[in-house]
Design a binder for this molecule. Sequence first.
Ligand code: CS2
Length: 440
Amino acid sequence: MTDRPLLGLGTLDRLPETARPLIDPATTEVGVLHLGLGVFHRGHQVGYTEEAMAATGDTRWGICAAGIRSRATVDALAAQDGLFAVLVRDGRPEPVELRVYGALRETLLGAEVVERLADPRITVVTLTVTEKGYLPGSAVIEWLAAGLRRRAAAGAGPVTVLSCDNLPRNGRVVGDAVRAAAGELRGWIEENVAFPSSMVDRIVPYVRPEDLEAVAAGLGVTDRAAVATEPFRQWVIEDRFAADRPAWERAGALIVPDVTPYELMKLRLLNGAHSLIAYLGLLHGCETIAEAVSRDDIAAAVRALMDEDVTPTLPVPEGFDLEAYKRSLMARFANPALRHQTTKVAEDGSLKLPLRLVTVLRERLAAGATPAHAALAIAAWMRWVSVAPRLDDPLADRLRAAAADATGPRSLVDALLPFLDPDPPRQAAELITDRLATLW
Ligand code: CS2
């Protein structure tokens, strides 16, 4: 890999014809500011935006993307003129697609976004900052508020802030957080900023050295910012924009009046199941999601979670084939080419579980049902908190301290449940304890 030249504008003509960007990076302007330069952004929104530009010939929508904390990806992309490849794989040996994208035109780090928001050509801000990015007082929210203040002062005009994270009503959440941080700017925000909600979906694992090797072999150049992902992708966006935007619908995105049904389906069926698979998988020593669902007991628990606990809580959109959707989820989880790390999905459980599983638990208990599999997922998280060699969670220290004194299932539930639900329904602790006993 090391003796191949680096991907960049100067080496584009070395790429195989089929792997070249769909647009000319040299003539693409910047119209989108993105926060959160992780694998998900590179594997999802960049492709949609590039395809939208290619389909319309409207070259205003290049992306300026900012890393939140880490320099590594920002530097890798800067060294490659913003170019990177997406390697798409199903279970077969040959990749489904390998393409370099050119839509990412500029990179920034952290607070630099504040200044950038004052550019009138930027009319859309997209976010993939994970659940913790929306906590009150988080740096992202502060930068957005400060950036909008700069924008108002510069008279740069209306802008849309579009959340692409796995939170119900993510537009509402970010809008409320920004308004709360914006003080006297609230009036201007009311008039000039829209916060649509959106549902995003594509499984994009952390990149492995083997993925980078495969990309280099396929491209003939070295790419240190490539990502590997699955063929499936989906983006459903609430039709609520303050200003011009890329024609994402030309790339297959759905622009709808209300994203709620899509959001609940995805969050509870995909993400809820994902968490169950990750924690049970980790407790059984499985490194990947595919390995975990290859176990019959885990696969059965996942189907039961979807069918018995989640399905009754979902408002299904007209004409939507829920059964086919659930089957496709099982097939996506089982994709052996992804090697999606159980530890990645297990991160930040204290923030994820309330949104994807505790809601289901509450709703089913209120309906008089016994959501045993939602309870099992929560129990598996609790067990993982108490035995994990390393816990990746903003509350890791507090969770560990709380779990340390637990002597059995019931005391562990009593110690950890308040982190997920400050006021749990009466039967919750008992049901989770019962499930936890089976994992003890
Ligand atoms: C996963 C998601 O890490 C997680 O919590 O459940 O990142 C999931 O892979 C994506 O939402 C799929 O669209």
